[in-house]
Design a protein around this ligand. Structure first.
Ligand code: BTN
Length: 340
């Protein structure tokens, strides 16, 4: 059973100590399953053995499966991937920009975050869950969210936190997720317009972006970006209705800190690609990663569905499709389904 523990925020107060904590964790990860002596780590990082001991205790308190034996040192057990605020923050480029609430089982991280947003939560609030009972997908669908194997998180954006048109936020989230998976696990993946992530023609991640308008002013009150990723194979196989479509990012056993590193990488990529000066690069990547170019699809807009073939994406993250009679449409919203 997976436990999620959040470490006291005070450990992040000292930058030097945070660097040491990160170095200790990296050293353990690089030697997963092997013993490392506390004395050697102390010499390597030029700190006292007591500092190493304190770092280990903080990591253990955060849920890391670290064993310690007198005379042998410390060892990070293999085969476990513990979700924790510490593990995420240690890998974030802007740890102060995000406030995490890591939970075990919830109904839906998007639902919780929208409730917090209505109560005034600030931009950068992030809800992470180990599993969801009512994970929400696009178009009223559900998102299968079993425990221990996936990532389910939502982050909050107030209007002052983004400077690009709100309608391209879902596509930016797709690029951030695609890039995060590539960076952390070195796995090539594609984007199925507008924001599903695919590996070998199987969906491994979905994104649900929800916004609320302030009816008094007509302006955007907040945006919640919710990302769900099947990182490892679920303990029970995927449900019947998605078993021919769903896939996972990795095949093998859980990697220590894998999910934390992936969440942090996606948020780091989000910070980069949502900056106005990087939008062109983001749209180029979005186009390059599209798995739909040249493929036959069913387009659904509202209650209308029609067959078409995909020409390309344009530089505004829109999809250009050609209908059977040769007319072209430029889609900025809607749903496309691959024709098999
Ligand atoms: C889709 O594939 O249609 C979108 C799926 C989005 C799932 C994520 S998991 C975290 C967040 N909370 C939810 O309830 N949904 C999103």
């Amino acid at each position: 059973m997976l436990t999620i523990l959040d470490l006291n925020h005070r450990i992040f107060a000292g930058g030097r100590y945070m660097d040491i904590l990160k170095s200790v964790l990296t050293a353990l990860e690089n030697h997963t399953g092997e013993w490392i002596s506390g004395g050697k780590l102390a010499d390597q990082f030029d700190v006292s053995r007591n500092t190493i001991w304190r770092a280990m205790n903080n990591l253990i308190a955060a849920g890391y499966p670290i064993e310690s034996v007198t005379g042998r040192g410390y060892r990070l057990s293999s085969g476990k991937d513990v979700l924790s605020e510490t593990g995420i923050k240690l890998n974030l480029k802007r740890p102060d920009a995000y406030e995490f609430d890591c939970r075990g089982t919830v109904d839906s991280t998007n639902r919780i975050l929208k409730e917090l947003a209505r109560d005034g939560a600030p931009s950068g609030t992030v809800i992470v869950a180990d599993s969801q009972l009512k994970g929400r997908g696009r178009f009223g669908r559900t998102f299968h969210s079993p425990p221990g194997t996936g990532i389910y998180f939502s982050f909050l954006l107030r209007p002052e936190a983004y400077h690009v048109p709100v309608n391209i936020l879902p596509a930016i989230a797709a690029v951030a997720t695609s890039e995060g998976i590539r960076e952390v696990f070195g796995i090539k993946n594609g984007i199925k317009w507008v924001n599903d992530i695919y590996i070998d023609d199987r969906k491994v991640a979905g994104i649900l972006t929800e916004a609320e308008i302030d009816l008094e002013t007509g302006s955007q009150a907040y945006v919640v970006v919710g990302i769900g990723i099947n990182v490892y194979a679920p303990l029970q196989s995927f449900p019947e209705e998605i078993k021919n479509i769903a896939g996972t990012v990795l095949d093998g056993e859980p990697r220590p800190n894998g999910r934390n590193r992936l969440i942090a990488a996606i948020l780091n990529k989000w910070d980069y690609y949502s900056a106005v000066e990087n939008i062109d690069e983001c749209s180029r990547l979005f186009r390059e990663r599209s798995i739909l170019k040249g493929r036959d699809v069913q387009v659904t807009i509202g209650r209308t569905t029609y067959p078409a073939s995909v020409i390309d994406c344009d530089d505004k993250f829109q999809l250009i499709v050609e209908q059977i009679d040769g007319t072209r449409q430029i889609l900025s919203c809607g749903e496309v389904t691959l024709s098999l």
